[in-house]
Design a protein around this ligand. Sequence first.
Ligand code: GDP
Ligand code: MG
Length: 385
Amino acid sequence: MKVKRFSASNNYDAMAQIRTELGSEAIILHQKKVKPKGILGFFKKSHIEIVAAVEDVSVNKNTPAETRRIADTYSVKSRTNKTNKANTGMPTLNQIEELKSMLAVVVEKANRDSLPDIIRNRDNPSITNLYNSLLNQDVEEELIEKLLSKFDTASKEIVNAEQEGDIINENLGRLLLDFVSIDNHKTAPKIIFFVGPTGVGKTTTIAKLSAKYSLEGGKSVGLISADTYRIAAVDQLKTYSDILNIPLEIIYNPSEIGESLERLKQNDVIIVDTAGRNHKNARQLAELKKLLDEVSEKEVYLTLSCTSSKNDHKEIINAYDFIENYKIVLTKIDEAATYGSIINIASYTQKQLSYITAGQSVPDDIEIVTIEKIISLLTRGIKYE
Ligand SMILES: Nc1nc2c(ncn2[C@@H]2O[C@H](COP(=O)(O)OP(=O)(O)O)[C@@H](O)[C@H]2O)c(=O)[nH]1
Ligand SMILES: [Mg+2]
C-alpha cells in the first residue's frame, strides 16, 4: 500500500493532487484542517491536510463507487459550477443533512445497546421512552425494570400522543401499586410522633398538619415538644401553637411524656415533635427509641426530604429500622430536582406513604399522597410522540 500526506489550501486542490498522484481509487485515511500557529499565524490562511492511500496493484484500475464519488465531487465539471458549495471546500447542506441522519442512527444504536435486556427485548418505543424518563427521575434501575417488565401495551393500539400518555399513566398506576403502598387516611390516629433527621421539615409539617386538623377538620390538637436540644426549636413550635391557639407541652426527659399526654388527653389529636436525630449517632437514636417506647398506641411518621440522595435515604431508613411500624412523610418536593425518591423510599421501606410537602408555607404546602400525584410527578417532562 502506498500512503502519502497531501497539503492544500482547500479540499478541491487536495483531491486533485491525490487523483493525479494516487489515482481515482485512492482512499482517504485522515483529514484535518490545520490552523497556522503563533501570532503571525493569525494573518495566514488555514489549510487542509489529507493522508491518502492506495493499494499498489490497483492504481488507475476500475474505480470503486465510493472513491469515484469522492473524486467526482471535486471533478472539473463540478468546479465550473459556481453555485456548488463543494467548490469552496465546504460541505453542502445535503451532505450536512446526510451526516446528521447518519449520526442519529449511530446515537440511537448506542442508546439501544445501553438498555437492559428486559427493555430492549420488548422493543416498544413507549416502554423505552418511559424507561429513560424514570431513569432521569432517579428511580432505582432495578425498580424500573421490575415495573416495566409487566408493562402492558399489547392490548391497546396507540393512535395519538394523548392516548399514549393515558395508556402509560394507567399502566404505571396499576404497576406502581405492586411496589408502593399508600396511606388511605381512613383511621384517625390519636398520638402522632414526627421523627427523622435534622432540618428535614418536621416542625413545619407538624404546624401544617395541626392547622389542617384544627382549621379544616374541626379537631382539637395538642402539641408536645421533645426537641429541647435547641431553644429555637421550642420557640418555633411555641409560635405556631400561639397562632393556632392550641396547647403546647415541653418535655425534657422521655419519662415526662406520660404526664404530658395525660394533660392533653381531651384533645382529638396529639402531635409530638422530636429532636432531629443524626442517623449516624447511635446514642441519639437510642434516646429516641426510649421516648417512643414510652407510648404504646401511636402513629410514627418518619420524615424524609426529597432533596436527599438515594444513598442518604438508604442510610437513614436503615438507621430507623428499630421502629417497627411507621409511615412516611416526604418533604421539600418543591426543591427536588427529580422525583424518583418517592417510589424508591416506598420500595426500600415497604411502608405507607402518607403526606408530601411542597413549600415553607403553613398550612397550605401539604398534601396527602395519592397514586395520581406520584404519577404526575414521575411523568413530568415525558414527551409523547
Ligand atoms: N422548600 C421547602 N422548605 C421546607 C419544607 N418544609 C420545611 N421547609 C423548611 O426547611 C427548614 C427546616 O424546617 P424545620 O421544620 O425546622 O425542620 P426540622 O428540623 O425537621 O424540624 C425550614 O426553613 C422550613 O421552612 C418544604 O416542603 N419545602
Ligand atoms: Mg424541628
